[in-house]
Write a protein that binds this ligand. Sequence first.
Ligand SMILES: [Zn+2]
Length: 538
Amino acid sequence: MNLLRSLLEANELSPPLAGDAGEALARAIGGAVEMHVYPRSITALEGVVFFLGRQGQTKWLGLLYQGVSADAARFHGEERGVELEQPLTLRLCPTDHANAVALRRTLPFTAPQVVGVHKAFGCGDRLGLATPGHVRAVRKALQQGSAQADVVPVFAQQSIREMARSGRTPEQVLDDATWGVFQEGWRAGFGADADHLKTTADVDVCVDAGYTMYTVDPGDHVDNEAVTAALDDLVRRVEALPWDVLESSPEELRSAYLGRTFDLGDGVVIRFSEETLLRAAAKYGRAVAHSTTMYRHLLGRMGDPVSGQSCELEVSVDETETPTTPEEHFFVASELRRLGVRCVSLAPRFVGRFEKGVDYIGDVKQFEKEFARHVAIARALGPYKLSVHSGSDKFSIYPIVARLAGDLVHLKTAGTSYLEALRALASIDPALFREILDFARERYPVDRATYHVSADPAKVPASDQLSDSELAGVLDTFDGRQVLHVTFGSVLTARDERGVYRFRERLLDALRADEEVYYAALELHLSRHLAPFVERRE
Ligand SMILES: [Zn+2]
C-alpha cells in the first residue's frame, strides 16, 4: 500500500512495476474495485493511477486519484468513491474509441510511433484480441536473444482489404493495439501500419485514425504482360506511360540507365540492356507513378515524413504475379528516389512462393542469392528496409533474411495469429472449432481466389473424423492451415437466416473467456518467428 501512496504522489510517469509488488497491488486494487486488475497495466502519472481491469468479459480503464483530477476528466466514465486504506476517487471508463484517443494522448507509450530504419516485426491481429500475446512473444524473444538485439513490433497492422473482410475499421484496429499495449505495459514503442493502401481515400481514413506507417500498394498498376511482351510491344507500352506524373520521358529514361554500370559493392553490379530496361519500365512505370501520387497525397495530409517524423512510407508490390528481379527493384527504387519519394521499406515480390500460413515454397539457395542482391540495392539506394509480406511461418528462410539484411528488414505476419486463435479454440470450445472447420472446408474453393494458396481441401479431414484431442492437429498440416487461414473473413462475417453472426461472437467470446490460452499460443508461436532475428551472433 506504500506503493500505491508513492504512485499517487509521483509526478513523472512511473516505471513498470516489478513482478510481485505489481501483482500484490493489482490484487489490492482489484479487491477494492471488484474486478481483475492486470498487474502490468498499473501506471501512474501526475497524481493519477491508471489500470486496466476486467469484469466478466468486459474490460475497463480505471483511474484512481485523491479528490478531483482535471487530468482524469479527459476520460469519460463514472466516478465513485473507493477505500484503499484511504478514500480515493475511482473513475471507471469504457475501453472505447474516445478513451483510447485520450489514453494515447496521456500515456504516449500507448500511441504508435515512427519506427525508422530499424528491424521491424509486423503482428497483424484480425480479431483484435491478440496484442497482449504479441507483446509477450516479443518480450520472450528479446529475453532469449542477444543483449544488443532490438526489434520494433508493429502491433497495429491491417490491410484495408482485411479490415473489410473482418468487419473492423482502422480506428478499431489501432484502438485494440493500444488497449493490448496498455494491458501488458509495453513501454518500448510500437508502429501502426496501414497496409496495402490502394487509393488516396484509403490513405485518408488511416490518416484520420492516426496510423504512423503507410504501405502503398500500386500492384493494380503493375503490367504483368510486360514480362513476356515482344520488344516492339514494350516500346509502345513505355511510350504510353504517364510521363507527366513521372516527370521524365522515354529519352531521359534511356540516358539515365543504358550504358551505365551501377556498382553497389559486395560484388553486386546492376546493368540494363535495352530490353531489360524497357521491360522494367513497362512493368513498373505506372506503379511508380501511382506510388508518387499516393506519397504526395500523404505528404499533403501529414506533412513531410522525413523532417516531420510523423509518418513513414512503404511501397509494396509483393502481391503481383511475377517476381521482381533485382534489376526491376533497382529501377523502381531509383525512380522513386528521383521523384523525391522517400520510403522506409520496400516490398518486392520475391522469388519463390510465399503462400499463406505455411513455409517458403521454392529453391532456398536461389532465394538466398537474389535476396543478397535485393539487400545490396536497399543499402545503396536508401538505406531502406526490405519488407517481407506473408512472412508468417517462413521458417526455412528466416536465418537467411536475418543474416543478410541485418537491420534492413520488416517481417509482416497476420493470418498466423488467427490460426493460433483457432488452436486455442480447439481446446476451449471443441464443438465450435468443429463447426468452423467444416464451414471452412466448404468455403475454401470460393475464398481461395484472392490468395496465393495451393491447399487441397480434400486432404483436410471433416470434423466427424477427428477426436477432440486431434482437432488442433489440423493446424499442424499444410492443407489444414491454408483452408482455415483464407476462410477467416467468411468465418467472421457469416450470418444465419435471421442475420445473426454464425461464428463471430461465439469465437470472440470463447477467446475472451479463456484469454490466457490464446496468449500462451501466440507467445509460443510468434516468439519462434522472432528468434532468428534476435539471435546472438559472433
Ligand atoms: Zn502484403
